[in-house]
Design a protein around this ligand. Structure first.
Ligand code: GTP
Ligand code: MG
Length: 216
């Protein structure tokens, strides 16, 4: 059976307003975590942002929250080296994760982040949805497939967010969206809707806010 993957359409007015209100409220950095035992109490729903190094996770959190430097973004891959927790009022955690697939950092360090990332993705009871970011310029790579398979095994629903849409032509965009949808066919934990975004230009940001704000 093939699943029908679609692109998220613009959120309805009501959902958009709920999203706007949630993200306009207070957002605070809670802590950076390097071990599972240091995670904040699992006392509210949370969503996380996973993806290859440099795909735009931290930038997306900044765009969603409309804050320039809440999550540190950088040109240098491997910028985010901890699991960074942000709270939106008391109602939700947003979690910025270290990237995967980054070859330049010392092997021991990479191995440590990756182990933590995997433990986190498999073991956090209050994780409602993992957003897996895919660069619109590149589509799904082998390392993305690995993380998606891990999420399948852990039965954590994940939703793909295409990033940096401002950087590609319409042709490349369409091609890599199609490639991504085809790759997702193999992943039972994939949510059947993709969101195309640009943190730079704002495309898809309101839609993603509405999705996060209306998650049960
Ligand atoms: P790590 O923490 O190293 O895993 O990276 P990350 O996934 O958090 O990426 P980050 O947000 O730091 O962004 C990486 C680079 O991509 C930065 O130079 C950003 O300015 C740039 N970038 C992120 N999102 C966009 C986007 O939507 N459009 C454009 N043009 N550039 C972007
Ligand atoms: Mg980052």
């Amino acid at each position: 059976m093939t699943m029908a993957f679609t692109l998220a359409t613009e959120a309805e007015d009501e959902a958009r307003e709920i999203g706007r209100l949630l993200f306009a409220g207070p957002v605070d950095f809670v802590k950076g975590v390097v071990s599972m035992s240091a995670l904040p109490p699992a006392d509210r729903p949370e969503v996380c942002f996973a993806g290859r190094s440099n795909v735009g996770k931290s930038s997306l959190i900044n765009a969603l929250t409309n804050r320039k430097n809440l999550a540190r973004s950088s040109n240098t891959p491997g910028r985010t080296q901890e699991i960074n927790y942000f709270t939106m009022g008391e109602s939700r955690f947003l979690v910025d994760l270290p990237g995967y697939g980054y070859a330049e950092a010392p092997v021991a360090i990479v191995a440590k982040w990756q182990a933590l990332l995997k433990q986190f993705l498999q073991g956090r009871a209050t994780l409602r949805r993992a957003f897996v970011l895919v660069d619109t310029r590149h589509g799904v790579k082998a390392v993305d497939e690995e993380i998606m398979s891990l999420l399948d095994r852990a039965a954590v629903t994940f939703q793909v967010v295409m990033t940096k849409a401002d950087k590609v032509s319409k042709a490349v965009r369409d091609e890599n969206i199609a490639q991504t949808m085809a790759a997702l066919q193999k992943h039972p934990a994939a949510y059947p809707e993709l969101v195309v975004t640009s943190s730079e230009k704002g495309e898809g940001i309101e839609t993603l806010r509405a999705i996060i704000a209306t998650l049960e």
